[in-house]
Write a protein that binds this ligand. Structure first.
Ligand SMILES: [Zn+2]
Length: 497
């Protein structure tokens, strides 16, 4: 097969391509991520997938491949194409399976069970990501599901009906007589967000145009949208390479070495730097995915520059990972995307209050909350707010926050003579919070001073805390005290970075 060149297009197309590359990376094993970023994604914004890799991916296990070792299809499924198997495994691994199903078989299902579970989840007629795209009532056996995947992931051309043009990539294609309508036209089962439906009110994102034809390559990508949309957002630029990095970073993959490698890449990778500077990030946008709708935000150059600061991206990623609740994530996103940074202290205040009481009573969506006692996700939000303010101040040439260090403040908080497990401790923290919100600096100072002097432990008033009272910037003062209060929750063993 010829090399497959993919050019960036609409956000939806780019998101699907990203999902498809995720599947490829999975199939390429340990070196997958590296091969994607070093060889397939180019600094000019394109992706170029080598023809021999495509041939191997779209073939079953009996077709040999000369390149690096691929994840192989189980022997029991000799006719299933590799891409189909990778798609199953990647979807399974990314947690599209509900917990009840997972527990049923000790989290260790057989290969056939995996196929059934992924199909059941993704093609469910109501709750699926691709409702009824595969008709589960007809595809009962594993064999029929394998056949479905083999037909869907198909780049051969056969049995011409008439010539047409793919509405997405512009490629000339030949429509296949035996293909059904769902595998040829872009309709609701392909995309719950954008597809048209005969029964439901057409979604107007595509101008209500019904007959969008998709070629076989594009439809392979489209079946990977769930791997991206599960993040709840997609950040889109004119470059598939920049998309790859930014989305991984902001999705909060924080535990792996891979995350570190992305951070390094953002700072040192020349190809990425070229991509960023040459494309200028003019058309950057973020899409937020609701259950059925998509919200779209163009992003200003100022915000893109913020997102490209590894610390900012990392913190957003952590908040995203910590909260898991789509609503909480979206609130923070929306505030950041609208660049309403001064609203973040209100979210912080409400979240602190919820953490102190141990519950988010009114289910306020503007609360970032964890039911775990020693793990307050609001810590990351405070740090994020502070970092953004600092960055904006630096850009303006000011250094008002230069000597305030939230990390040191959190460390002091752990040693502070105040125990949040007692009512006295909680009450004190409340008062501290309330006085801070009202910006009553002197009273905050006296309260803290009394706390340290009367504790009986003869602790000195900590220097990092004292510095807060020297600043004239009320917002950084607030961030500092909030960080102190949130820091009280941390156990000694908790990592603080
Ligand atoms: Zn196409």
């Amino acid at each position: 097969m010829q090399d497959v060149e993919i050019y960036p297009a609409s956000w939806y197309y780019n998101a699907c391509v990203q999902g498809f590359l995720e599947v490829l990376a999975w199939g390429l094993g340990n070196e997958g991520e590296e091969i994607i970023t070093e060889q397939i994604l180019r600094s000019d914004g394109r992706a170029v997938i080598p023809g021999d890799l495509m041939t191997a991916a779209f073939s079953p296990r009996c077709i040999p491949y000369e390149g690096p070792p691929l994840k192989e299809v189980p022997e029991k499924l000799p006719i299933l194409k590799r891409i189909g198997w990778w798609w199953i495994e990647k979807s399974f691994k990314e947690g599209f399976i509900s917990n009840s199903n997972k527990n049923r078989k000790d989290n260790n299902p057989t290969d056939e069970e995996k196929i059934n579970m992924v199909f059941g989840r993704l093609f469910h007629f109501k709750k699926g990501y691709y409702p009824n795209l595969a008709n589960l009532a007809h595809l009962k056996s594993v064999k029929s599901k394998v056949e479905f995947l083999n037909l869907w992931f198909d780049v051969e051309r056969i049995d011409t009906l008439k010539k047409a043009t793919c509405s997405f990539c512009g490629q000339k294609i030949e429509l296949n007589k035996i293909d059904n309508i769902y595998s040829t036209f872009f309709l609701l089962p392909m995309s719950i967000h954008l597809g048209n439906s005969y029964e439901e009110f057409p979604n107007l994102f595509w101008d209500g145009t019904p007959n969008l034809i998709m070629c076989k390559q594009c439809r392979s990508y489209f079946l990977c949208f769930h791997l991206v949309s599960k993040n709840g957002f997609f950040i889109n630029t004119d470059s598939l390479l920049v998309n790859w990095y930014l989305n991984h970073l902001l999705a909060g993959k924080i535990d792996s070495d891979y995350h570190q490698s992305i951070l390094n890449a953002l700072q040192y990778n020349r190809q990425l730097r070229n991509a960023i500077s040459s494309w200028g990030l003019q058309n950057t946008e973020i899409l937020l995915f609701g259950p059925k709708d998509v919200r779209y935000y163009p992003i200003s150059a100022r915000l893109v520059r913020l997102l490209l600061i590894p610390q900012v991206a990392t913190l957003i990623g952590r908040i995203h990972k910590d909260t898991k609740l789509p609503s909480a994530v979206n609130i923070v996103w929306e505030i950041i995307l609208q660049e309403r940074f001064d609203y973040l202290p209100i979210v912080i205040f409400k979240s602190l209050r919820a953490q102190l009481t141990g519950k988010n009573k009114e289910k306020d969506p503007e609360v970032i909350f964890s039911s775990q006692k020693n793990d307050w996700p609001v810590n990351n939000l405070i740090q994020l707010y502070f970092t953004i303010k600092q960055q904006i101040a630096n850009n303006k040439g000011g250094a008002i926050m230069g000597n305030i260090n939230l990390r040191e403040i959190r460390q002091e908080a752990r040693r502070a003579p105040l125990d949040l497990n007692t009512n006295t401790g909680k009450n004190l923290a409340y008062r501290l919070m309330e006085l801070t919100r009202l910006n009553k600096k002197t009273e905050v100072y006296h309260l803290l001073l009394r706390l340290y002097l009367s504790s009986g432990t003869k602790q000195q008033f900590p220097v990092p805390l004292a510095r807060l009272f020297e600043t004239n910037d009320s917002e950084s003062f607030k961030a500092g005290i909030y960080a102190f209060i949130a820091g009280l929750s941390c156990s000694d063993t908790q990592e603080d970075s």
